[in-house]
Design a protein around this ligand. Structure first.
Ligand code: SF4
Ligand code: SF4
Length: 81
């Protein structure tokens, strides 16, 4: 994976303080893997499991955008293909 894209991806969730709100509302990836958006930013290979519904973004007190993370994770993985 391109280190610049990996860095950008991790920075998107850099303000996460592990409150768990995103995990609680996610209908898919976060709940299935019991992780936060920050965990997602460190597991880009799971990007297809995100429905890009935006529910996580609505509840995150730090305004971290799950859809943006999914898009960046896809970009990271496609560079690898
Ligand atoms: S956008 Fe993705 S990570 Fe966020 S709640 Fe929806 S499925 Fe879960
Ligand atoms: S809701 Fe935001 S701050 Fe809380 S765990 Fe999820 S990404 Fe981190």
């Amino acid at each position: 994976m391109d280190s610049k894209v990996v860095y950008q991806l991790r920075m998107l969730a850099g303000a996460c303080f592990d409150c768990g709100e995103c995990t609680a509302v996610c209908p898919a990836i976060l709940k299935d893997h019991n992780m936060t958006l920050q965990g997602f930013a460190y597991s880009p290979e799971l990007y297809e499991e995100c429905m890009r519904c935006g529910a996580c973004t609505e509840v995150c007190p730090k305004g971290i955008d799950g859809v943006e993370i999914a898009e960046k994770a896809e970009e990271a993985m496609q560079q690898d293909a």
